[in-house]
Design a protein around this ligand. Structure first.
Ligand SMILES: Cc1cc2nc3c(=O)[nH]c(=O)nc-3n(C[C@H](O)[C@H](O)[C@H](O)COP(=O)(O)OP(=O)(O)OC[C@H]3O[C@@H](n4cnc5c(N)ncnc54)[C@H](O)[C@@H]3O)c2cc1C
Length: 394
């Protein structure tokens, strides 16, 4: 099997690389570092998204009719690798692009696709994903938020939690219970909900990193036009499962940065001293870095399995769980390893004059969430056991 890229793909990589190098946003100024906040980063990222969009790099693998470029998944992967190489963000509206967009393409009516897909790519409309509830996280079939069809509207009542970017969103792909009298998997539906509707309120939740990127959403008598039903009524479970598969495929792809974390750790090991000598000369550190390199390589080749399936035109399946599990656990262990190299400096916040480059303190706190978001590691292991290894249900 030949894992090398073709000359055309390498040429494509060079075109991506030179565009990114010429157009990448300037580093934060000293003044911006001083007053850094989530709002400031969002605005910077939004400008970057627009530039990527105008350059035709957003939605690379989406069909042209929906505003994409009809590029192959390999080209999409190359683009993401090059973004990661320069440590650049992917833009905003990530959930709209990796989850709602593909779900709309799979389940949406022609009118829904025409209405929603283009503004998702342009990030003119920001989307969030309303799945988890206080009593329904790993077990999403337990969703309790109700939607009752009354004439031309669904009337929604209930609460969601942990909803990423809900506080900045214009729309939510919302999963609701539309039939409470059938077995729980069979009574769910998916709705496309305007977050500016009367009765929607959003309450941010602050994380240990100090950011408030996710939220609670409360729905109080919210009226949603019945044409905003996504997929068939009461078949929301199928829409949900496919949306999650797209998320896991998207997460394992967008966390393609583990190669980058590895190279950052190698550079860090060369820079810092341990017991009066370069950390890069320490046997234990070298072995650990070598172990990471082995895992990064194994992760890369496993990722090609999921990619091969997409290249054959198939939807992502349970193999996306392997990518999600491995990439998030590995990124988590590697990011935390920086603390071993940095010692006490690892605890300094980025505002501090003595903080090491790389924002390791914040990254160490943020990386904790990776193995929970998008389904916990334990849940991914269940999926792999049951769906891929055909083990009996636990
Ligand atoms: C950063 C972040 C962003 C998120 N964004 C969103 C979002 O945008 N939209 C959204 O809807 N949700 C979002 N979530 C929620 C996320 O999907 C849930 O937190 C996750 O699915 C786990 O659900 P839970 O928190 O209710 O934990 P629980 O399901 O209560 O799990 C608690 C513990 O029990 C374990 N467990 C549960 N069931 C099993 C089982 N069957 N077998 C083995 N172990 C099990 C879990 O692994 C976990 O350790 C986000 C979460 C995070 C951290």
């Amino acid at each position: 099997m030949d894992f090398n890229y073709t000359p055309e793909q390498e040429q494509y990589r060079m075109a991506v690389r030179s565009w990114l190098e010429e157009n990448q946003p300037p580093p934060l100024t000293a003044e911006e570092r001083e007053r850094i906040s989530e709002d400031l980063l969002w605005e910077r990222n939004k400008r970057w998204h627009k530039r990527l969009y105008d350059g035709g790099w957003i939605g690379l693998s989406w069909p042209r009719e929906y505003g994409g470029r009809g590029a192959s998944f390999v080209e999409q992967l190359i683009f993401q690798q090059e973004l990661a190489r320069l440590n650049l963000p992917i833009g905003i509206n990530v959930l709209g692009i990796i989850m709602t967009g593909p779900a709309l393409m799979q389940w949406g009516t022609e009118a829904q696709k025409a209405r929603y897909l283009m503004p998702i790519l342009a990030a003119d409309e920001i989307w969030c994903e309303g799945m988890s509830e206080p009593g329904a996280g790993s077990d999403l079939a337990a969703i309790q938020t109700r939607a009752e069809l009354q004439g031309d509207y669904f009337v929604v009542e209930g609460q969601k939690v942990w909803t990423t970017v809900a506080h900045r969103s214009d729309f939510c792909q919302l999963f609701v219970r539309t039939d409470p009298d059938v077995p729980k998997h069979r009574g769910l539906s998916a709705l496309l909900v305007d977050m500016h509707s009367p009765g929607v309120s959003v309450k941010p939740l602050r994380q240990m990193s100090g950011d408030a990127e996710f939220n609670e959403i409360f729905f109080d008598d919210v009226r949603v036009p019945k044409e905003n039903l996504l997929g068939p009524l009461n078949q929301g479970w199928q829409v949900l499962v496919s949306t999650l598969m797209h998320e896991r495929f998207g997460i394992s792809e967008t966390i393609g940065g583990s190669e980058v974390i590895l190279s950052q750790l190698i550079e860090l090991a060369k820079e810092v001293e341990m017991d009066g000598a370069s950390a890069a000369l320490d046997d234990d550190i070298r072995q650990q870095l070598a172990q990471f390199a082995i895992e990064v390589t194994a992760k890369k080749y496993n990722g090609l399995r999921a990619l091969t399936k997409r290249l054959k035109g198939q939807q992502p399946g349970a193999e996306s769980s392997i990518g999600k599990l491995v990439s998030t656990e590995l990124s988590q262990r590697m990011t935390k390893f920086a603390s071993r190299l940095l010692g006490n400096f690892a605890t300094l916040e980025r505002h501090s004059a003595f903080a090491p480059d790389g924002d390791w303190m914040r990254r160490t706190l943020q990386v904790e969430a990776l193995t929970i978001a998008g389904g916990t590691s334990a849940v991914q292991k269940n999926m792999i056991g049951e769906r891929m290894l055909q083990l009996p249900k636990g």
